[in-house]
Structures are given as structure tokens and as C-alpha cells.
Design a protein around this ligand. Structure first.
Ligand code: ATP
Length: 450
């Protein structure tokens, strides 16, 4: 057996950091190995109570910013399994593949374009020549198995949008420039090691196809690049760990005029967080030719008819969630110990408020439950905890990334005031229960990463 290549100190540090993240995710209920009791399943994960809330908040933040905040972007939820002709036309059946190399020693399979050297990164063994490997999952529909029943799980949500271009444009009476957004699961038979949930076989995509007059392509491309980059910064991601990388001409798909990735500096190096692509009129034209549908825009005023050009921001909700989590992770050296804290933006923190009675007696739990119920009416995820010393309860919430802890003590019963403890600064303030919701809403709105 060939020798495993030695890790550099930086690689070792990155590996240790990722191990910390994976273990925190399991311990606190963000992410679990899928099928764990059966020994797991490669590149496949399940999300626990905190993980689903994080995903939900990231998805909602994306949707609010992309759809709700705009008059010219609408939503869609298209089917995962479409007519197989869709994937022939889009080019996925023929060309959605990665070049793979196999290790002749340990038989592991690697993506040729991700290898740093021409030896197996697991055991150092010799590799085969690169071969193309299609990433689409095949299945069969109906009662009979055979070539006529072959169908595919979608490898991207974008095609469902192109298929519904006319339905949406007509029903919502839209005129370019306008966008159609979709969030949903996509499936790719990824075989390379995934760096935890960075690359998985099933994942949630958040994509938007923005249809514009051809001569406005460059303007909207710049707009969406800026817009998508800013979204991450506004949600608290360290701008020093973000960059916009324009693709070189030889990286572009043949139909694409420009493409850029928002990249994040992960512990394992710079990686794509989201792509923004100019897809020209390629997809609409291809589907028009193959289906005979006229996927065009007819301007009733000018009587002009054209196929819109498309700008596509495409990200992954799971990759975004992982990025927010890695970026939020801090170990703070305090006087006596180290505090682990996830400094999430309060809008995406899985739990917004935790409510504690100082002690489990003298009417404090009852009052604390009253405050908890009040906070739940806002839609903020709220957690009640009366177990253990107050300091330990704070620390547990720090690790969950809960921005506000509200404590009810003996005085609360007399004066209806509670103590709000802020996660990042650990500062405490006294607030009237009657003003609590407004106080927290204001703190969420004005939150800045410290
Ligand atoms: P890569 O080169 O990393 O395989 P890609 O360029 O093929 O990714 P796109 O097809 O542009 O990715 O997908 C858009 C977004 O979907 C990516 O930026 C990423 O956030 C997310 N994504 C793609 N593949 C995966 C995956 N296997 N697991 C998790 N997220 C993914």
C-alpha cells in the first residue's frame, strides 16, 4: 500500500477546525450523519432541530431579499422529476459530467479537476486516466422498468424555471426585466469527499433566472453580482473572507458570456459559495427549438418580439448555512475559561430568544413561561430553560448562537422588568416586559458583527 501524503501544518489546523465544527454540529443538533445507525452514507447528512431552523432562516432571508423585497421577481415550485426530454435539451444527459480518476491502490475515486497532484490524496497511490462520469441520478417511472421509463432527478432547479417561463410571464403579466425564483432540492451523484455539508448528493438550491432585454445583459449582471455579494456581508459574513472571482474565458460554458463566483475562505481553502452567470438566450432558445413552444417576449406596445437574455444567481442553501456557521464560530478566551460562541446574525440564528427563570421557585417559572408565550407570538423561535446555574445556561445558548437571553428574577414579579443579556457583548440590560418585543426587534435590526 502506498504511503499517505503528510499534511502541512495549515492543512492539519484546517482539518482540526473542521472536526470541531462537525462535532459541535452533532452535539448541539445541527447536522447528523445520515443513516448513522447503519454506518452512515457517504456525502449524506440529516439536519437536527437547530439545523432545520438555521436552514429555514437562511431560506427565508434569501426569499425575502430576492422575491418579497421586489416588484418584479416572483416565485415558482416546479417538479423534481420532469419529462426526460428536458435534460436532453438542456445538455445534462450528454454533458453534465465531472472528469474522474480512480486510485489503482485503494480504489478511491477523485475529481480530476480538484486534484493538486497526480497521486491519490488518500493513500498516495497511482491514478488512472481521467474518465467522464455523469452526475445525474436515474430512476424509472411507472410500473415497468426499461429504457422508455427512464427519468432523472433534477440536478438543478433552473430548468424548471425555463420550462415555466411562458406560464409565469403570462399569469403574472410580467414584462422584462423580471425574475423567477425557486428554492428546492437538487440531486447530483457526487463522488468526491465532500468537506462535510459543503458538497452532498442531495442539497437545496436557491436559484433565480432574471429575464432581461438582450442589450441590458451587462447592466443586470453587474447589479446581481453586487447584490448577491452584499447580501452575505449584510448577514454578518466577514468581508475579508469573501471575494468575487470572475471566471476566465476557458472556464465559461460555451453559451455563457460571463460568470463569477462569490467565494468564501473556508478552512480548506477558497470555495464557491454561489455563482452568478450570464446564460444569454441559450436555454429559452434550446427549449423553444426542441418543444416547438415559442419561449419569447412579445411587447404589445412596440410590437417587438425577442428571446430575453438571462442572468442567473445560483446558490445552495446548505452551503450558505455551513458558511454562516463556520464564519460565526468563535472561541473567546475569558478570564477563567474559553467561551465557544456562534455569532450568527439574529435573523438567521436558529433560536432568537431564550427565557430563564433565575431559580425554579417563588413564581419565577410561571412568570418566565408568560414571557416565553409572549415572545412566541412574534414568530421568533424561543427556548425555555430552567436547568442548572444561570452562567451555564448562558454558555449553552452561546454555543447555539442565541442572540438574546431573558432572565426573570424575584424583582420581575414586583416591577415587570426582565434582564436581557446580549450574546456578543455579554452586556445586560433591564427592560420592561411591555417594551420587550420592540426592544428585541430594534436590536435585531441594528445588529452589527462585533
Ligand atoms: P461545483 O463546481 O462546486 O461542483 P457547480 O459550479 O457545479 O459547483 P452550480 O451548478 O453553479 O455549482 O450550483 C450552484 C450552487 O449550488 C453552488 O454555488 C453551490 O452553492 C450549490 N451546490 C452545487 N453542488 C452542490 C453540492 N453537491 N452540494 C451542496 N451544494 C451544492
Amino acid at each position: 500500500m502506498a504511503k499517505k501524503p503528510k499534511l502541512t501544518p495549515e492543512q492539519k489546523e484546517a482539518q482540526e477546525f473542521m472536526e470541531k465544527i462537525v462535532s459541535l454540529c452533532k452535539r448541539k443538533g445541527f447536522v447528523f450523519q445520515a443513516s448513522e445507525i447503519y454506518g452512515g452514507m457517504a456525502n449524506t447528512y440529516d439536519y437536527g432541530p437547530l439545523g432545520v431552523e438555521l436552514l429555514r432562516n437562511v431560506r427565508e432571508a434569501w426569499w425575502k431579499r430576492t422575491v418579497i423585497a421586489r416588484e418584479n421577481v416572483v416565485g415558482l415550485d416546479s417538479a423534481i422529476i420532469q419529462n426526460p426530454k428536458v435534460w436532453e435539451t438542456s445538455g445534462h444527459v450528454g454533458g453534465f459530467s465531472d472528469p474522474m480518476k480512480d486510485c489503482k491502490e485503494c480504489k478511491a475515486r477523485h475529481r480530476a479537476d480538484h486534484l493538486e497532484a497526480d497521486v491519490c490524496p488518500i493513500c498516495g497511490g497511482e491514478l488512472t486516466e481521467a474518465r467522464e462520469f455523469n452526475l445525474m441520478f436515474q430512476t424509472n417511472v411507472g410500473a415497468l422498468e426499461g429504457s422508455s421509463s427512464v427519468a432523472y432527478l433534477r440536478p438543478e432547479t433552473a430548468q424548471g424555471i425555463f420550462l415555466n417561463y411562458l406560464n409565469v410571464q403570462n399569469s403574472a403579466r410580467l414584462k422584462p426585466p423580471f425574475g423567477i425564483a425557486q428554492v428546492g432540492k437538487s440531486f447530483r451523484n457526487e463522488i468526491t469527499p465532500g468537506n462535510f455539508v459543503f458538497r452532498t448528493r442531495e442539497f437545496e438550491q436557491a436559484e433565480m433566472e432574471f429575464f432581461c432585454p438582450p442589450d441590458e445583459e451587462a447592466k443586470w449582471y453587474e447589479y446581481w453580482k453586487q447584490e448577491r455579494f452584499n447580501w452575505y456581508v449584510e448577514l454578518g459574513v466577514d468581508p475579508d473572507k469573501l471575494r468575487m472571482r470572475d471566471h476566465a474565458a476557458d472556464e465559461l460554458a460555451h453559451y455563457s458570456t460571463a460568470c463569477a463566483d462569490v467565494e468564501y475562505l473556508y478552512p480548506f481553502g477558497w470555495g464557491e459559495l454561489e455563482g452568478i452567470a450570464c446564460r444569454t438566450d441559450f436555454d429559452l432558445k434550446r427549449h423553444s427549438e426542441a418543444s416547438n413552444a415559442k419561449l419569447m417576449y412579445f411587447d404589445p406596445q412596440t410590437k417587438e418580439k425577442y428571446t430575453p437574455y438571462v442572468i442567473e444567481p445560483a446558490g445552495g442553501i446548505n452551503r450558505m448555512a455551513l458558511t454562516f456557521l463556520i464564519d460565526a464560530y468563535e472561541e473567546e478566551q475569558l478570564e477563567k475559561d474559553t467561551r465557544i460562541v456562534l455569532k450568527f446574525h439574529p435573523e438567521i440564528a436558529p433560536v432568537t430568544c431564550a427565557v430563564f427563570p433565575l431559580v425554579k421557585k417563588n413564581g419565577m417559572p410561571e412568570k418566565a413561561h408568560e414571557v416565553e408565550s409572549l415572545l412566541r407570538t412574534t414568530g421568533w423561535n424561543t427556548f425555555y430553560d430552567q436547568k442548572g446555574a444561570i452562567g451555564r445556561r448562558y454558555r449553552r445558548q452561546d454555543e447555539d448562537g442565541t442572540p438574546f437571553c431573558i432572565t426573570i428574577d424575584g424583582d420581575t414579579l414586583e416591577n415587570n422588568q426582565v434582564t436581557v443579556r446580549h450574546r456578543d457583548s455579554m452586556e445586560q440590560e433591564t427592560v420592561e416586559i411591555a417594551h420587550l418585543i420592540g426592544y428585541i426587534a430594534n436590536a435585531i435590526q441594528n445588529w452589527k458583527r462585533s
